[in-house]
Design a protein around this ligand. Structure first.
Ligand code: NAD
Ligand code: WQD
Length: 340
């Protein structure tokens, strides 16, 4: 039986791009996704892009029977764990859902992995676990802060569970990937980010304004201690993130214990810089008005990505224009996303 990679949440934004990257280097992939925030069309398109097929199992990571059956049926060498809920505002309104999906779900997965003797794991963590650091750029040895919402706390909890698990059993090899702000879409324009309803994140909102689906962007505050007063973030192209997962996967297969890597570019851009860059890439206007700060937002956040470069041989290759151009190509070609 050939060894395969299990990708939980593989139909989602980052999972679908990473699944494609795995298939493209010749690995076999099993995707487990309950499609609560995605469409299986994304997976069919992944297969179309690379001309290879994958195994899709529609199911929930909280379902132990599905997990046991999956591990029995497929010889899995490592798990890339993307499945989870990610909307910060919704997590404040529905904390139990977030702890159940993200924490209980992850524990259910780790239990099933242990039962099956699979100990290699890459976990989708987030720069949100740093809270509000006083210094930039953020390196992995910064203390984790106090996330301001249940979503962020759920990520930190899973990180802690994995640290304890690895201390209890040296067979575990875990990569904690702390993503900064993932954006963009595959350069084919065929797969991309398909937010449900009105987007919360900046880039999907900006692209829906540019195409005329939304009237204008609200810029959340221009009185931050940043060069132009608007929030600064480290936006990273989703294909660079996908490549980062390939590198992390290779590394955890050769090591043990818990390793943390930031996945960011090391460059921060302000909201106004993003608007200008998007206007340039799309040739469309992005009207905006400045409103109050959004509660829970920090002024600035960008990564020190050198540890990932040193230890994984990875660095982000795509620049701001690539991120904007690829987002726009996806938006133009798929005004209704995957149409669900
Ligand atoms: P996404 O919502 O597009 O993908 C998540 C996928 O998980 C979806 O396909 C969803 O249907 C599936 N899923 C959710 N709960 C599940 C469950 N209980 N069982 C099975 N499948 C389930 O999100 P994304 O942007 O691709 O994010 C992937 C991961 O990266 C998430 O864990 C997220 O928290 C993390 N992350 C995302 C960002 C970001 O800004 N996009 C930043 C940092 C970390
Ligand atoms: C970026 C900048 C906003 C929307 C969130 C999560 C984080 C991580 C990534 C998962 C900020 C400004 C935004 C808008 C705006 N997710 N903005 N108008 O807040 O950095 O991070 O997504 O782990 O946990 O918190 O990303 O895209 O929402 O905002 O002015 O309509 O754009 O204030 O400065 P954020 P974002």
């Amino acid at each position: 039986m050939t060894e395969k990679i299990l990708v939980t949440g593989g139909a989602g934004f980052i999972g679908s791009h990473t699944t494609l990257a795995l298939l493209e280097v010749g690995l076999e992939v099993v995707v487990l996704d309950n499609l609560s925030n995605s469409s299986d069309i994304a997976l069919r398109r992944v297969e179309d892009i690379c001309g290879k097929s994958l195994t899709f199992i529609e199911g929930d990571i909280r379902n132990s029977q599905i997990l046991d059956d999956l591990f029995n049926e497929h010889r899995i060498s490592a798990v890339l764990h993307f499945a989870g809920l990610k909307a910060v505002g919704q997590s404040v309104r529905m904390p139990l859902n977030y702890y159940d999906n993200n924490v209980v779900g992850s524990i259910s997965l780790f239990n099933a992995m242990a039962r099956a003797g699979v100990f290699n794991l890459v976990f989708s963590s987030s720069a949100t676990v740093y809270g509000e650091p006083t210094q930039m750029p953020i390196s992995e040895d910064f203390p984790t802060g106090i996330p301001t919402n249940p979503y962020g706390r759920s990520k930190l909890m899973v990180e802690d569970v994995l640290r304890d698990l690895s201390l209890s059993d040296p067979r575990w090899s875990v990569g904690l990937l702390r993503y900064f702000n993932p954006v963009g879409a595959h350069e084919s324009g065929i797969i991309g980010e398909d937010p449900n309803g009105i987007p919360n994140n900046l880039l999907p909102y900006v692209s829906q304004v540019a195409i005329g689906k939304l009237k204008h962007l609200s810029v959340f505050g221009n009185d931050y201690p940043t060069p132009d007063g608007t929030g600064v973030r480290d936006y990273i192209h989703v294909q660079d993130l996908a490549d980062g997962h390939l590198c992390a996967l290779q590394k955890i297969l050769q090591t043990n214990g818990v390793n943390i890597w930031n996945l960011g570019t090391g460059i921060g851009y302000s909201v106004l810089e993003i608007i200008r860059a998007f206007e340039e890439a799309s040739g469309r206007a992005v009207p905006y008005q400045v409103v109050e700060r959004r509660s829970g937002d920090i002024a600035q956040c960008w990564a020190a990505p050198e540890k990932a470069t040193r230890e994984l041989g990875w660095s982000a290759k795509r620049n701001l224009l690539d991120m904007m151009t690829d987002t726009w190509r996806w938006q133009l070609g798929n005004p209704q996303g995957y149409g669900h």
